[in-house]
Design a protein around this ligand. Structure first.
Ligand SMILES: Cc1cc2nc3c(=O)[nH]c(=O)nc-3n(C[C@H](O)[C@H](O)[C@H](O)COP(=O)(O)OP(=O)(O)OC[C@H]3O[C@@H](n4cnc5c(N)ncnc54)[C@H](O)[C@@H]3O)c2cc1C
Length: 489
């Protein structure tokens, strides 16, 4: 049987392993951490549980498809709970805005900010649907390693205004400055500055409206567990605590991997779910000049500071997902993405899973994770010093707004910085989302799913087409499945 090695057990690697298995391959998945999920690790402490990474599940059909490959149903492995309020935005002037599944309530909330924006939002949504139909339905699962494929799509991309930024598109339809901020946030969920991210990502509002926003009962970790069980049932070999040092090859053809332990494994092909930039920088010997140029000129997503708090009281009026915005917006994002510096201001995403699922904390308690976009390691920040003070400042700011007195109720507190992303996941420059979702780094311009460097090497995950975020990385495995079907002996 044809043997496929998958490097990395993030969602992209898991989906690719399952799709290769469905094609009849003998599949081995190698993961350097103790458990699968990649950025979707689960931390536990003193009866509190924390999903470390992704928490907003959009497009659940993409996961259902993976179970469906083997005639199984996701509902036999886990329960997806649809959320009613998707995000509560908390603005620095004290106002808040609920965005969710009930369209009438969303429109009424928009009207409180600016009645003219009700119509603007409907137009934005119609635009988002048009972009979704091309960007997601037609392009997200298509291979883009041939320049001819890209050229064919250029007219459609230009028609949709993909050269514009998400901010540019949102501002075209909405007038209220706070609503502009709220609706331009989505690129941050995939590692982009809304002022520079291609407006292809303006498809997200329609993606959410069409499929809803979900949370798996038991958290994203439960989704990882369900998929891990499926992989084991289907005979995929899983090895954890197993770091790949480099890809072995004969001439231009990948032949397997060499582990950090010194062991060599051979295979007919390798699918890498390792960070694409890290892969080419460290795991492939001898890069051709064109590939080195792409790597040297890549622009990266931001880093993340994630604070985990177990709190011995509940905050019942805090929604499951809160976007807490500081005073600055454009300036803050320019500092983080372009100048790679941190000043005093920050904006936060606050996850309160206990709003939906009380298994995340002991009775009468809340589990929180609080995420702040920060410069990646291309900036000059000493995280061993900065993490403590940033954590304190975040706790103080939340205590003064949506989590009164929280500092008096903390049972457990720990954090992750860009250094941890680098060390734990081998993420180049410690980014949260690999290379940035810019127009000049999309589709053919992104790292190709069929390696441009080695034959029989394929790429899945955030740094390759279509990009970061769970829908993106799971779709990248569909691209690789198509490529595997085209493979010549
Ligand atoms: C804090 C945070 C919150 C997020 N929130 C959301 C959200 O709510 N919704 C959403 O859709 N997306 C979200 N995202 C983005 C999303 O989580 C990621 O884009 C996605 O999970 C990345 O998946 P991936 O397949 O690229 O692999 P990763 O998750 O990066 O996994 C890659 C795996 O490969 C392993 N690996 C790397 N190198 C090697 C090697 N040499 N040998 C062996 N193993 C190796 C790593 O250890 C890792 O486990 C979030 C991301 C973060 C960090």
């Amino acid at each position: 049987m044809s043997h496929t090695i998958v490097i990395g057990g993030g969602f992209g690697g898991i989906a690719a392993a399952l799709r290769a298995r469905k094609l009849g391959h003998d599949v081995t998945l190698l993961e350097r951490n103790d458990s699968l999920g990649g950025r979707a690790q689960v931390f536990e402490d003193q009866g509190y549980r924390f999903d470390a990474g992704p928490t907003v599940i959009t497009a659940p059909f993409l996961f259902e498809e993976l179970f469906g490959l083997f005639g199984k149903k996701m509902s036999d492995y886990l329960t997806m709970l649809p959320l009613d309020v998707w995000y509560r935005f908390h603005f620095s002037d004290g106002r808040s805005f609920d965005y969710g599944s009930d369209m009438d309530r969303t429109l009424a909330d928009i009207a409180r900010f600016n009645p003219e924006d009700v119509d603007g939002y409907k137009k934005l949504l119609a635009r988002s649907e048009a972009i979704y139909k091309v960007g997601f339905e037609q392009l997200a699962d298509q291979p883009f390693h041939r320049v001819s494929t890209m050229l064919k799509q250029v007219p459609a991309l230009l028609r949709l205004g993909s050269y514009r930024s998400v901010w540019g598109m949102v501002s075209h339809y909405l007038k209220d400055p706070m609503l502009r901020r709220a609706f331009s946030i989505p690129p941050l969920l995939v590692g982009g500055n809304p002022f520079r991210t291609t407006s292809i990502y303006a498809l997200i509002p329609w993606l959410e409206r069409k499929w809803g926003v979900h949370f798996p009962k038991g958290g994203t970790g439960a989704l990882v567990q369900g998929l891990t069980r499926l992989m084991r049932e289907e005979g995929i070999q899983i090895r954890t605590q197993c770091t790949v040092d480099h890809i072995t090859c004969e001439g231009r053809r990948a032949t397997g991997v060499r582990l950090a332990s010194g062991e060599t494994l051979t295979a007919d092909r390798v699918i890498a779910n390792a960070d694409a930039a890290y892969l080419y920088r460290h795991m492939v010997r001898e890069l051709p000049r064109a590939a080195r140029f792409k790597l040297d000129h890549a622009r990266y997503s931001m880093g993340l500071f994630v604070l985990y708090l177990g709190v011995n009281r509940t905050y019942d009026d805090v929604a499951h997902h809160t976007i807490w915005l500081g005073e600055q917006y454009r300036e803050l994002l320019e500092d983080i993405f372009e100048h790679k510096v941190m000043k005093d201001d920050f904006s936060l995403y606050v996850h309160r899973p206990t709003a939906t699922d009380d298994s995340f904390a002991p009775p009468g308690c809340d589990s929180f994770y609080i995420l702040a976009p920060v410069p990646n390691l291309q900036g000059d920040i000493d995280w061993s010093e900065r993490a403590g003070t940033l954590g304190d400042a975040i706790i103080k700011a939340l205590s003064a707004t949506i989590l009164p007195d929280v500092e008096k109720h903390i049972d457990t507190r720990f954090h992750m910085t860009p250094e941890d992303f680098k060390n734990r996941y081998l993420s180049e420059h410690g980014t949260g989302f690999s290379i940035a979702p810019l127009f000049q780094q999309s589709a053919w311009f992104r790292f190709h799913n069929k390696s441009e460097v080695l034959d029989r090497l394929y790429l899945v995950g955030a740094g390759t087409h279509p990009g970061a975020g769970l829908p993106g990385v799971v779709s990248s495995a569909k691209v690789v499945e198509r490529l595997l079907k085209e493979e010549t002996p």
